[in-house]
Each structure stands twice: as structure tokens, then as C-alpha cells.
Design a protein. Structure first.
Length: 566
């Protein structure tokens, strides 16, 4: 009924290659092979088979009214250990999570959120299965809020009440209420009710022990303008440890930012000794493709769990955003793993698009999965379409976490088959270096990476911000990092044996001093030979721009030192 495949690097390069001839390295693949279910969701569950490699579950959502299902897959080879087939009109595979040792038998267990649990029923439920035997351990009913889709999200919390059984959070799509569910029988440990307002949507995620009581804590995002924000709770007691107020929207017809649509626990980003948290704002609940053309496609902000102070903000950038799939690119967040081996926890963002549109390259834009460096904020990878993904932990023993992407819309000879791919993590990052000086406008121009530094994705834009309006500009690179004052700025790139190498054609900066170039890694010196952009190879990239009012006649941006990933 279903098809699994372990793909070696060689076979993958031969069969599924990017135009640049370098693919994002695939470890495993699971593909639905029947009309009844499309492979969609994926989540790690821990080592069930006892071979030291974590297993994972794949969700199969219902297609054309037929039932979905859940597959438990062996992390060593992708083979199906067992399956749970849903009744008709039940979406077992919509939301999945490992839940730790829920029944106390020493083996990790797993759960499925089932927001659609019958014909025209959106009451929802959560089902928990034994990892050891596959037996159904608990069914938690969501009928307290009929029609509000209980099980829309799940969050593994660990043993918050310290009774020896793992616990998890579950909630409705739009009821404004969160339940903390306890093992071994699925009882409700506590309830959090956050009120109404403009939305009853919630999100939840675990975070390391903030209050020092030995139990993990958890974050809840409540995207309501008046009663919402982000709440940090003690896992042991449920006490509110921190509240970050809601962020208002822009001063026009958009009255709220939808701040708290997704949350994730991070590492200590600001060095204050406490784990930090990520919060997204989408500025929309509709998530149409047209919304990616302006600033309301959203952003991610980071805050300290110690006192709630603001740390940083990430967004996709003006140019990449227009051509990037997913009207709401930060609809879900996933944290807690290191995918590039630098010792810092990284972040996955999953985009949702209401409409099945296509971008300028005629590629489907029905959602996307992006992986960001937690240390620098650089986007490492991007895959689309599809709007499910997960950070998987180290599955191949190299000390770096893998990551996964689910695409319900993939068809391999069978319409609606869907596909889940697990891809290898890899060392690499893009780090801002050097500096720039004020130009004739009084501002210091900066270089920006818009899009992934993945060679396989080949979707990177380079852009200039705060340059001189109307002036020409171009981008260049070289192998060395230098510091040489020159024009309005500093030359940061050393040419080595091949000199400084121009990237693409010159561009013209607009009336705001902004301009961008879509980099084609399949063309020219970037594609082959000693100057090629290859995974694991490091180059320094910078931009030159005209400044006729400045004595030197030109300026230089700051620079990025990039080690490319597959």
C-alpha cells in the first residue's frame, strides 16, 4: 500500500538533481502509494527498535473523503514498523508528535492530533499509541468545544508533573484553550483558558527549564490583540512565569499583527544564561499568495525567557518575499535541534498558502519549509511546495540533526500519494563580517542574503539596502577576508589567485537605494571549476555601488562570509 525507499547520495544525485548538479542530500523517503492517503506530516519519536537510531512517524491525511493513517518508520532504513489506518473521514495524519514514555514501559510513544474525526465533524480528538506494541493507550475527546478542531496542534513537554509518565500539550484550532495531558491514561493535568478576542487560535512549544525546578517549561502563543501575546508557564505548576504583550499591526487597515501564531523554544541566543523563545507574526489568517508581495508576510522575533527583553527580528526580505512560496511563511515554527553542527540550536519555519499558485519560475507555491541558522539567522535550506516539516535529531551518527519536509501534493504515478523526505543536516552558514561607512545619503549601505545558501535550492537573492538611489551596483566575491578602507566603506574581499569575481550583471538601485539580484548558481564562474559555489566551500561576498556625490565616486557594503550547504 505504501512505498519506502532509502536513497544513497549517489543514486539521489543521479535521480533527483538540481540544475546546478548538486542536490540537497536525502537520507530517507516515504511515499504514499494509494488514493486513500497522502504522506504529509512527519515527526521524530525516539528510539523504539533499540538500535540507537530514532524512529519517526509519517502522517497520511485523508484524500477524497477516504481515511488517512499513521506510519511508524524505522529510522535506520525507513521501513514501516507498523501502521494505523484511520476510519473514513478521519485525518489521523494531520498532526503528529512523539510524546515520550507516556505509559511508563521504558519505550517512547507517539500521538496523532485528529481535527477531522468523522464526516463533517471538526470536533477533533487526540490518539496516543504505544511505541512498544502499537496498542491504543488513550483517546482524548475535544467535544468540550464542538466544531473547533481539537488536535490541531500538539507539543511534547516531558514529565512536567514529575509522576514518572511523559506529558504533552494539546489544543483546539480556534477555542482559546490549552490542555496539558498526562500519562499513562490521557487525563487532563491542567487547563489554560486565554479568552476570546479576535482569534481563538493558539500555539504551544516546549522550552528548557527556565525556573530551575527540574521540569521543562512551555510557551503558549495567543494571537489576540487585546487578551493575547506570548505566555511562558512553569511545567511543574502551570504558573505564569512571563507574559510578552501582543504587538499591534501597522497603522492602516491591518489592525493587528497576529503575533503569537507560532512559538518555539531556542537556545541561549543573548548569553544571559536562560533559553530564549521564538515568536512569529503573520499579519494574516488568509495566507493567500498575493500577501507575499508586501510586508505583511510576517516576521519572527526572539525574546529572552529571563525577563522578556527583545533580542532580534528576522524576515524574508523584500525581493525574496515576492517570489517566495507561502502567503504566511511563518505559520508554524520548530526548534530544538542543531542542523549545521555549530553547537547552536536552529529553527525551522513552515509556510502556509491558501491557494495553489505558482511563482515566477512556474514552481508550485503551496507552502514551504525553511531552515534557519540560530546563530546568524541565515536561511540554510528551503523546499516547496508542502506545509509540514520537522527537525529530526541526528539519524546518521554524524553529530548533526537531520530535517524533514512533507509534501501532500507530490505524485509518483499515483495522484495524491504525497511524500515525506528526510534530508541530512550539513555544516555551513552565512555570517555578516566587516562594516560599511556612511555614504552621501548619510546612511551605511548593507548587504543582505535573501533566501537559502543551499546550492541545491538555487534560490538565493543578494540585495543592497541603504545605497544611493538611482546609482548602479554589482556584487562580487573572493576566497579571502580582508579589511582595506576604500571609497565609502571597506573592501572586505580578497581575490587570491583568481581575483575578485563579479556575480551576474550590474543592477540599478531604486529610489530607496535598494536593489537585488537573483543569483544563478548554475551559470558562469559560480557553476564549475575553482571558483564554483559548492557545498562546504567558503566565499566572501560584497557589493559595490555608485555614489557620484561622494569624493571617491563609489561605496562598498559590508560583507558576508558564506560556507554553502548542499
Amino acid at each position: 500500500m505504501y512505498h519506502t525507499q532509502r536513497v544513497s547520495a549517489v543514486l539521489f544525485l543521479l535521480g533527483l538533481f538540481s540544475p546546478a548538479g548538486v542536490a540537497q542530500e536525502q537520507l530517507l523517503e516515504v511515499t504514499g502509494r494509494a488514493h486513500a492517503a497522502g504522506a504529509h506530516t512527519v515527526a521524530p519519536v525516539g528510539d523504539i527498535t533499540g538500535d540507537g537510531i530514532a524512529e519517526f512517524v509519517v502522517g497520511l491525511i485523508s484524500v477524497w473523503g477516504k481515511g488517512g493513517g499513521v506510519l511508524l518508520c524505522d529510522g535506520a532504513n525507513g521501513e514501516i514498523v507498523r501502521s494505523h489506518v484511520a476510519p473514513t473521514f478521519y485525518d489521523y495524519g494531520w498532526q503528529l508528535s512523539g510524546v515520550g514514555d507516556f505509559d511508563g514501559d521504558g519505550v517512547t510513544d507517539y500521538a496523532s492530533g485528529v481535527p477531522l474525526n468523522g464526516y463533517l465533524s471538526m470536533t477533533g480528538e487526540v490518539r496516543v499509541w504505544s511505541g512498544a506494541t502499537g496498542a491504543l493507550l488513550a483517546v482524548i475527546d475535544g467535544s468540550q468545544h464542538p466544531g473547533r478542531a481539537f488536535g490541531e496542534y500538539l507539543a511534547l513537554l516531558g514529565d512536567v508533573d514529575q509522576d514518572g509518565y511523559a506529558d504533552f500539550a494539546a489544543g483546539w484550532e480556534s477555542a482559546g484553550e490549552l490542555w496539558i495531558i498526562g500519562g499513562p491514561d490521557g487525563h487532563v493535568i491542567r487547563r489554560h483558558i486565554y479568552g476570546g478576542g479576535l482569534s481563538g487560535f493558539l500555539s504551544a512549544a516546549p522550552i528548557d527549564d527556565v525556573d530551575g525546578d527540574g521540569a521543562g517549561d512551555y510557551i503558549v502563543g495567543v494571537p489576540n490583540l487585546n487578551t493575547g501575546g506570548v505566555f511562558l508557564h512553569s511545567g511543574k505548576t502551570g504558573e505564569q512565569l512571563l507574559h510578552i504583550p501582543p504587538v499591534p499591526g501597522y497603522p492602516d487597515n491591518y489592525t493587528w499583527a497576529y503575533f503569537g501564531r507560532a512559538v518555539a523554544g531556542m537556545g541561549d541566543m543573548d548569553g544571559d544564561g536562560s533559553p530564549d523563545l521564538a515568536v512569529s507574526a503573520t499579519f494574516s489568517t488568509q495566507c493567500g499568495y498575493h500577501e507575499a508581495s508586501h510586508t505583511r508576510s510576517g516576521w519572527i522575533r526572539f525574546y529572552s525567557s529571563k525577563d522578556g527583553h527583545f533580542i532580534d527580528q528576522w524576515d524574508l526580505g523584500p525581493t525574496f518575499k515576492v517570489d517566495s512560496p507561502g502567503g504566511c511563511p511563518f505559520w508554524w515554527l520548530r526548534g530544538g535541534e542543531d542542523v549545521n553542527g555549530d553547537g547552536v540550536l536552529d529553527l525551522m519555519a513552515i509556510g502556509r498558502n491558501t491557494f495553489h499558485d505558482y511563482n515566477s519560475s512556474n514552481l508550485s507555491v503551496y507552502g514551504q519549509t525553511m531552515v534557519f541558522s540560530g546563530r546568524t539567522g541565515t536561511m540554510l535550506w528551503q523546499l516547496h511546495p508542502g506545509f509540514r516539516g520537522a527537525l529530526m535529531g541526528d539519524m546518521d551518527g554524524d553529530g548533526i540533526s537531520e530535517w524533514a519536509h512533507g509534501n501532500w501534493y507530490y505524485s509518483r504515478g499515483v495522484p495524491g500519494a504525497g511524500r515525506v523526505r528526510i534530508l541530512r543536516g550539513s555544516a555551513g552558514d552565512g555570517e555578516r563580517i566587516c562594516w560599511s561607512s556612511p555614504n552621501s545619503t548619510g546612511q551605511a549601505a548593507s548587504l543582505r542574503l535573501e533566501g537559502p545558501i543551499s546550492v541545491g535550492a538555487n534560490a538565493l537573492y543578494l540585495s543592497i539596502e541603504n545605497g544611493v538611489p538611482g546609482e548602479p551596483a554589482y556584487f562580487f566575491y573572493g576566497p579571502k577576508e580582508v579589511t582595506r578602507p576604500m571609497g565609502a566603506g571597506v573592501l572586505c574581499v580578497g581575490g587570491g589567485a583568481h581575483g575578485l569575481i563579479q556575480i551576474g550583471d550590474p543592477i540599478q538601485l531604486n529610489g530607496h537605494g535598494y536593489g537585488a539580484l537573483k543569483v544563478d548558481m548554475t551559470d558562469g564562474p559560480l557553476a564549475s571549476g575553482p571558483t564554483a559555489w559548492l557545498p562546504g566551500r567558503t566565499w566572501v561576498v560584497q557589493a559595490w555601488y555608485g555614489d557620484s556625490a561622494f569624493p571617491a565616486g563609489f561605496g562598498l557594503t559590508d560583507a558576508y562570509k558564506i560556507t554553502f550547504v548542499p
